[in-house]
Each structure stands twice: as C-alpha cells, then as structure tokens.
Design a protein around this ligand. Structure first.
Ligand code: SF4
Length: 200
C-alpha cells in the first residue's frame, strides 16, 4: 500500500503538519458488522500502545468506551460492513466526524463473511434463523420498532460513504495497523508490502 493516496500526504490534511513538534492527532474506532477481530488485532500492537498514546488521543471507541463524538476527529478506523440501518447511521456519523476514514479488514472492504448471506432473500434468511432452527421454541420473527432494520444485503463501507484508505486482511495484522497509524501521525506515506497482507 505504498503511496496510499490521501494518507499521510499533504493533500489529506492529516499528519502533514509542518516539521518540528507535531501535535497529537485524535483517533476514533468502531465496529459495524464485524467480529471484533480487527480490534483484537489492533490491541496486538502490545507495548507499542505506549507509543500510540504519544501520537494519538483516543476518542469515541469501544477501546475506551467513549460513546459519543465531542468534535472532529483526525482519523477514524472502521471495522465491519453495513448489515442494518444502525450500521449505516454509525458509519455516516463517523464520516461526518473523521477527517480521514479508514476501512480496516475485509468485512469493511468487501462485506467479508457476513456477505455470505448476500443473494439469499431476506424472507428465507428470517425463516431459517427464527422459524426453522432445531433449538427454537417460538416461530416469531423479531419486529420491535426499536430494532434496526436489516438491509437487503451487506454493504461495504465505501458503498455507503467516501472511504479514504483501506487496510486489507482478515484481520490486518497488528504490524499493518501500527504502520498505518504511525505513518499517518508522522505525515509519511504508508509503506506496507503486498506480501504482508494475510487472510488467515
Ligand atoms: S475482517 Fe476478519 S477479523 Fe476483521 S471483523 Fe471481519 S471477520 Fe473479523
């Protein structure tokens, strides 16, 4: 991903401050229709988290349990695609509040494993999930008005909002996530050889 457009570049407006002392950036993360594996991989940066907090102030994220934005954020990491209306709402809120939005992992980039349901009619999915399962003791399909509406298919993030950069993998390794975040903070291009992207 060497020379990723819009990242760590002067055009991005992020991580491109004048030389000398660099102010800390702000970082938000969220998980949509994913398994939290990408967040777990993020935490695999281990002791580098001490360096991370020198580069970034963490804002809205499951990692610090801050649930609301209090202002604009420099960088937003999104795990998972959109499977329901709540995912779409959260993703649009992230786009609005993050100067640089990064899709992290295959679920965010292509829909990933949840997208295996794409192409199957919703009625068939609901029947299989709520009415035909061997462990079910009710034939009711949940329909409370407080529940988000299921979308007709899984939508990758870039089909819902503009995404500035992509970190492929399932999950992207801690090294990839660290390289991306440190490059953005230092205002240099992200340099990740293609061979380092893994899907295992
Ligand atoms: S890309 Fe892989 S690790 Fe990340 S949320 Fe999706 S399934 Fe989980």
């Amino acid at each position: 991903m060497s020379g990723t457009p819009g990242i760590g570049s002067r055009e991005s407006g992020v991580g491109s401050r004048a030389s000398g002392q660099r102010p800390k950036l702000t970082l938000a993360t969220t998980s949509l229709a994913g398994c939290f594996g990408c967040h777990m991989s993020f935490l695999d940066i281990d002791e580098r988290i001490l360096e991370l907090v020198q580069l970034y102030d963490l804002r809205k994220s499951p990692l610090d349990d801050l649930k609301t934005f209090t202002g604009m954020c420099d960088v937003g990491l999104v795990e998972g695609g959109c499977c329901n209306t709540h995912n779409v709402h959260v993703l649009r809120e992230f786009r609005t509040h993050c100067r640089l939005l990064v899709s992290v992992g295959q679920c965010a980039i292509t829909g990933g494993l949840p997208a295996m349901r794409n192409g199957i009619p919703l009625a068939e999915l609901f029947a299989e999930s709520y009415q035909k399962g061997p462990t079910l003791d009710t034939a009711l399909i949940p329909s409370d008005e407080d529940l988000p509406m299921i979308l007709d298919r899984i939508y990758p993030c870039h089909e819902v909002v503009k995404v500035d950069a992509f970190l492929p993998g399932c999950p992207p390794s801690a090294e990839i996530i660290w390289e991306a975040l440190s490059a953005i903070a230092e205002g240099r291009p992200i340099d990740i050889p293609y061979r380092d992207f893994k899907f295992d």
